[in-house]
Structure formats: C-alpha cells, structure tokens
Design a protein around this ligand. Structure first.
Ligand code: ZN
Length: 261
C-alpha cells in the first residue's frame, strides 16, 4: 500500500508575485510534490485553497495518510469546517506536516492550542539548520547542518507546547535561534512542524530539504487503520465485576445512559 500523501497549498504568492512564480512555476505544492515523488512508496497529489472545500473533502481526507500544509497570506480564508475535519483526521491517525508560515495556520493552532507566535525578519540571512537529534528517522541521510545561504529569519520565543522531540535547531546570521523541527502526537496522529520554506527562496528545491520532507512523510505515516471513535467517551457496562465493586456504592449513571460529558 503506498503512503497516500496530499500536499496542500494556499497557492496565492505564485499567482500574484513574479519572483515567487519564477522560483515555483508549478506552485510551491508542485515543487514539494515533485520532491516527494522521488520516493516510489508515496502516492502524491495536491490540493489548493481555491478548490471546492479547499480540495479537502471529508472523503478525500479519509483517504489521506499524510497531509502537508503550506499557507501564509490566507489562513483566515480556510473554513472552520475544514479545520475541524483535518483535526479529526489527525486524532484518528493521519500524519500532518506543517511547513514554515503554517505556524499560524488554523489547523496547526487548533492542534497546538497555543498562540504559535514567533519573531521574524526578511533579510536574506544565512541559516544553519542543525540536526540535533541525530538518531531520529527524519534526519536519516541528512548532513549534520543544512546550510541555507538565504532565508527568512524565524526567532524564539516560539509559542508552541513543549514538543515530543526537537529534531532541528536553526542558527541565523543575525544572531537568533529557532526550534525548526518539532514533533508532536495528537490522538493517534503524528505532527511534524518544519520551519524552512519562505516563498521567495528556492528552499523546496534543496536536495537536503527534500530528503527531510521524504523522511518526515514516512515518519508521520501511521499504518494502522483509522481510530474512528477516538473522540467518543462512551459510558460502558462492567463485563466482569471485580469483587470490590459492591463496596463502592451505586453508580451515578446506568450503563448505556448518557453521561455528563
Ligand atoms: Zn515566510
């Protein structure tokens, strides 16, 4: 079974800005998808904001193993309905890879529950992306430090919950540092936030970055069937009463009765 991977992009900068269009003539999603297609284990498709339901119908999400998310200018235009469907699917086991300015996207903020704010500067600075967790599957085949000659700066503090793992830390020419590769688990779903990817630099053509994204898709893929009722909290009967149960007094709710949740 191939890993069914969808690359989502708001697809606005490439249409409005000649510089971005020159770097990504097929859109940022096109470049990311092309990099992922180097791995035969992936079945890669794309979706964009302007498509019906942003290209992410419930049926399509149900058939998605790993979703990548690139957004910047139009976070507010993503419908809350789509955000909830994405969050539900992550809870059921879909992998989610949030890229660059996606730190402020609705699905990421929904799943983190924190402001997800940071500091930034667009000055074409050098970035050194240190793989600080050398045994992590996401950095396999990656050099200890990825050198990006021109990057937008993102600086700490990054207002996200303490991650499960810190995979990358960036240093910038201007002096700031940033936790650039962070992993989370929400329900049955794995989440990877990866910082590089500003639209005016050819970041997604970089072979090292492409390697990271391929590794990340494999890491985020949960091969077991979706945990469909992950969000339910049923009131269930005792199947075999432990000896102590009678001493504990009557239950407030009978089995099968609606509880207080
Ligand atoms: Zn940016």
């Amino acid at each position: 079974m191939p890993i069914r991977t969808v690359v989502w992009n708001e697809f606005i900068h490439e249409r409005n800005n000649a510089v971005v269009r020159e770097i990504y003539p097929g859109g940022i999603h096109g470049a990311i998808a092309a990099g992922l297609r180097e791995d035969d284990a992936f079945d890669v498709s794309t979706a964009t904001l302007d498509q019906p339901e942003h290209g992410l119908s419930e049926a399509r999400l149900a058939e998605t193993d790993v979703l990548l998310w690139w957004g910047h200018k139009a976070h507010k235009d993503v419908s809350d309905e789509t955000v909830e469907m994405v969050a539900d699917r992550v809870h059921q086991g879909m992998g989610l890879i949030v890229l660059h300015s996606g730190h402020f996207s609705k699905p990421f903020k929904r799943l983190m529950g924190t402001p997800c704010s940071l500091r930034w500067r667009e000055a074409g600075e050098r970035e050194r992306l240190w793989a600080v967790n050398r045994s992590h599957p996401i950095v396999q085949g990656v050099t200890p430090a990825i050198e990006l000659p021109n990057a937008e700066m993102y600086g700490e503090p990054f207002l996200v919950p303490e991650p499960m793992e810190t995979v990358f830390i960036s240093w910038f020419e201007g002096g700031e540092v940033f936790r650039s590769g962070l992993t989370y688990q929400r329900g049955a779903g794995k989440i990877f936030y990866f910082r590089p990817g500003h639209e005016t630099y050819p970041i997604y053509h970089n072979p090292q970055i492409k390697r990271v994204l391929k590794n990340a898709v494999r890491w985020a893929h949960n091969p077991v069937p979706a945990w469909e009722d992950v969000a339910e909290a049923p009131n269930v009967p005792v199947e075999k009463a432990p000896e102590t149960i009678e001493k504990r007094g009557p239950a407030l709710h009978k089995p099968g009765e609606e509880g207080y949740r």
